[in-house]
Design a protein around this ligand. Structure first.
Ligand SMILES: [Zn+2]
Length: 111
C-alpha cells in the first residue's frame, strides 16, 4: 500500500514501536498490529471525545453550496452585528486570517 497522507489522528499518537501506538494525551498504549487508524479514532472518540472525521483538506474540498452559504451568513452577521464595514472582506489582513482557516473560501459575498 502506498504511503498516503497521514490521517488527522496522527496528531494525537506517536508510534511507540512496530506494533504499538502511544496516545500523546494519556500515554495509553494502543495496538497497531493492523496498521489502520480505526483503533486510534475509537480511542480519541471514547476517551477524549475527539472526532474530526475526514482531514481538513477533505473538508475544504467539500466547501461548496450550503457550507459556503453558512460561512457567508456568519460573516455577514459579524459585519452587521459588529458594525464592521462590508469592506472588511477586502482587507488583506482579514483575508489572510480567513485563508488560514480555509484556503478555499472565496470572498464573493452575495449580500
Ligand atoms: Zn488517550
Amino acid at each position: 500500500m502506498a504511503q498516503r497522507r497521514k490521517s488527522w489522528c496522527w496528531n494525537y499518537f506517536l508510534l511507540e514501536n512496530d506494533s504499538k501506538l502511544k496516545c500523546k494525551s494519556c500515554d495509553f498504549l494502543l495496538s497497531y498490529k493492523h496498521k489502520n487508524t480505526s483503533g486510534m479514532i475509537k480511542h480519541l472518540k471514547s476517551i477524549h471525545n475527539i472526532s474530526v472525521g475526514p482531514s481538513t483538506r477533505d473538508v475544504n474540498s467539500l466547501l461548496q453550496g450550503s457550507q459556503k452559504a453558512n460561512i457567508d451568513n456568519l460573516l455577514l452577521e459579524m459585519i452587521y452585528k459588529g458594525f464592521h464595514p462590508l469592506s472588511i472582506v477586502e482587507d488583506k489582513t482579514f483575508q489572510h486570517f480567513v485563508m488560514a482557516l480555509n484556503p478555499n473560501y472565496n470572498f464573493s459575498l452575495e449580500a
